[in-house]
Design a protein around this ligand. Structure first.
Ligand SMILES: [Zn+2]
Ligand SMILES: [Zn+2]
Length: 99
């Protein structure tokens, strides 16, 4: 888990499975998201193919919080609010706020 209040800048390698940016996460990686639900692939209980996620250089959700303005403060994405208020769009692989 990340420590709340600390935002890491772009990282060249996945902090869990150590792949480079734009590379697929290794099976069982903590950081990989299910591309169907947008949530952690490791804890996805659905009977479906969770798809292949790649390391983007940032923690899942950080960039979405910035885009949607869900920030606790400068540089502090409010990921909890993102999961509460936004909806995962599997087609674009990003969180959107329903209008
Ligand atoms: Zn990974
Ligand atoms: Zn899944």
């Amino acid at each position: 888990m990340t420590t709340p209040g600390i935002v890491f800048p772009q990282q060249d390698h996945c902090p869990d499975c150590a792949v480079s940016i734009d590379e697929e996460h290794v099976d069982g990686c903590d950081v990989a998201r299910c591309i169907v639900t947008g949530l952690q692939q490791l804890s996805c209980l659905h009977d479906h193919d969770c798809g292949i996620d790649v390391w983007t250089g940032r923690w899942p959700g950080d960039a979405d919080c910035e885009r949607l303005g869900l920030m606790i403060g400068p540089g502090l994405p409010d990921v909890c609010r993102l999961y509460l208020e936004a909806t995962w769009d599997p087609a674009s692989r990003q969180w959107i706020v329903p209008t």
